[in-house]
Design a binder for this molecule. Structure first.
Ligand code: MLT
Length: 410
C-alpha cells in the first residue's frame, strides 16, 4: 500500500478559517432568522474599482479575437505588469528593482505556503506568535515543525510572542533560526514595526545568515511615515529577504486572485556542498514547473491599478476600510475594551473580557450579538484571550456591529 505524507495527520483537522466558517454555518442553520455580521476572515466587500473593471472587460475582448488572444502566459507573469510593479511599487520609492525579481502569482497565501519548496526541510523556522496560520501549517506539512506540544507550540518552531507586555513587538530570536517569517502590518494584531525596528531584523538576518520571509500583504493600509511599506526600504534587505505582496486587500482581488513575490537576485542560500546558491533561479524553476501563470485577464486588471485613476480609486477603497477600522477601534476602546491595531491596518485585535477564552468570546459574540470574528487562539498560543475583528465589512454593518457591541454606535 502506498504511504501518505504523515505530516498532514499532525495538523488540526481543519484550517482556522474553515473551522470558523463551519461553526457560523451551523449557527445560521439553527437560527435562520438571525442576520449575522461577518468580521471574521479578511474578505473584502467593496466591488472592484472602475479602472480594473474596464481593463478586465477589455481583456475579455482581447481573448475573443484571434489576433489578441492569449493562451499560456509566462509563468512568472507578463512583463507589462512586472515592469509596472518594479517601477511603481519599488523604484519610485527609491528601491532598486528589476522586473525579473518579481514573480506574479495567484496570491500571497499560495506563495507564502509554497516558498518552502526551495528551502531545506532541515531549516529551523521562527514565527511571531500570534501568526497567520499558513506559515506554521505549511511547515508542518513539509516536516519542519516537529511535534505539537501540549502548550500548542510545535517542537521545532521558535515562537516569538507578541503581547501587551512587549507592546506587540517581537524580540529577536534566541534559537538561531534559519528562516524567519514576519508580516507587517501584522496579521492578526494589526500592529506595525517602525523603520528602526525592522532594521534590527534585517541586521540580525545578515549577521546570522537567516532568511527573512516578509509578508507585506497589508502595506496599502500604512498611513504613518515611519512605517516601511517594503522590507527593501531597509538597507541590505535584498541580500536576506523575500517579500510577498497581494492585490486582495489592496484592490479587492480576493475573488479574482493576484499577488506577487519578490526574490531578489542578490539573495543566496547555502547548498549541500557549502556553496552559495541564488534563490531567484530556484523560485523561477519551481514556478515554471508547478505553476502556469496567473490569468491574462487578472494581470490586465492589476495593470490598470497603476494608472492615475486606478491609484486614486484604490486609495479611496482602502481609506473606506481604514475609516471602518477607526470606528471599530475607537468604539470598542470607548466601551472599555483593550484594543490595538486598526491604524495602519484593517485588523483590530481585542482583548477578551475577563477570563473568557478566545473561542468562548467567539461563541458569545455569535450567539448574543450575531457578530463573527476570529478567535485569537487560532493564530497561536499567544493569541489566547484575544479576538480579531476586520474592517472589511460595509460601513453600515460596521456601525451596526459597533452599536451591538457597545450599545452606542461609535
Ligand atoms: C485573514 O483573514 O487572515 C486572511 O484573509 C486570510 C488570507 O488572506 O488568506
Amino acid at each position: 500500500m502506498f504511504k501518505i505524507n504523515q505530516n498532514f495527520t499532525k495538523l488540526p483537522a481543519s484550517y482556522l478559517f474553515s473551522e470558523v466558517a463551519r461553526r457560523v454555518n451551523a449557527y445560521s442553520q439553527a437560527h435562520p432568522e438571525v442576520e449575522i455580521i461577518k468580521m471574521g476572515i479578511g474578505d473584502v466587500t467593496r466591488p472592484l474599482c472602475k479602472a480594473v473593471v474596464d481593463a478586465l472587460h477589455k481583456a475579455v475582448d482581447d481573448e475573443a479575437q484571434a489576433a489578441t488572444f492569449h493562451g499560456y502566459g509566462p509563468e512568472q507573469g507578463y512583463g507589462f505588469l512586472s515592469e509596472k510593479i518594479a517601477e511603481y511599487d519599488y523604484r519610485r520609492h527609491g528601491i532598486d528593482m528589476d522586473a525579473d525579481e518579481i514573480f506574479i502569482s495567484d496570491g500571497a497565501k499560495s506563495d507564502t505556503g509554497n516558498i518552502g519548496d526551495i528551502l531545506s526541510t532541515a531549516d529551523k523556522v521562527a514565527v511571531t506568535d500570534p501568526v497567520y496560520p499558513v506559515y506554521v501549517d505549511t511547515n508542518v506539512m513539509a516536516g519542519r515543525a516537529g511535534e505539537l506540544l501540549a502548550d500548542g507550540c510545535w517542537s521545532n518552531i521558535e515562537y516569538l510572542p507578541c503581547n501587551a507586555g512587549n507592546g506587540f513587538v517581537p524580540s529577536l530570536p534566541s534559537g538561531n533560526p534559519d528562516v524567519i517569517y514576519l508580516c507587517y502590518p501584522n496579521n492578526p494584531t494589526g500592529t506595525t514595526l517602525t523603520r528602526s525596528q525592522l532594521k534590527e531584523w534585517v541586521d540580525y538576518c545578515r549577521l546570522h545568515g537567516a532568511l527573512l520571509l516578509f509578508d507585506a500583504a497589508y502595506e496599502a493600509y500604512i498611513r504613518e511615515d515611519d512605517v516601511p511599506h517594503s522590507i527593501y526600504e531597509i538597507e541590505g534587505a535584498k541580500e536576506v529577504a523575500i517579500e510577498f505582496r497581494s492585490y486582495s486587500k489592496t484592490a479587492g482581488f480576493t475573488g479574482i486572485r493576484l499577488g506577487y513575490t519578490v526574490v531578489p537576485k542578490a539573495l543566496k542560500g547555502l547548498g549541500d556542498d557549502g556553496e552559495a546558491v541564488a534563490l531567484n533561479p530556484l523560485w523561477r524553476r519551481r514556478q515554471t514547473t508547478k505553476f502556469n501563470g496567473a490569468s491574462y485577464l487578472t494581470q490586465r486588471g492589476a495593470e490598470a491599478l497603476y494608472t492615475p485613476e486606478g491609484q486614486a480609486q484604490v486609495r479611496e477603497t482602502v481609506d473606506y476600510y481604514l475609516e471602518n477600522a477607526r470606528i471599530i477601534r475607537e468604539g470598542l476602546a470607548a466601551a472599555g475594551y483593550d484594543v490595538v491595531g486598526g491604524v495602519n491596518s484593517p485588523y483590530i485585535w481585542v482583548k477578551t473580557p475577563g477570563t473568557m477564552t478566545s473561542w468562548e468570546f467567539f461563541d458569545y459574540l455569535l450567539d448574543r450579538y450575531h457578530i463573527v470574528g476570529t478567535p485569537g487562539s487560532g493564530f497561536g498560543p499567544a493569541g489566547e484571550g484575544y479576538f480579531r475583528l476586520t474592517a472589511f465589512n460595509t460601513r453600515e454593518n460596521t456601525l451596526r456591529a459597533v452599536e451591538r457591541l457597545t450599545g452606542s454606535g461609535k
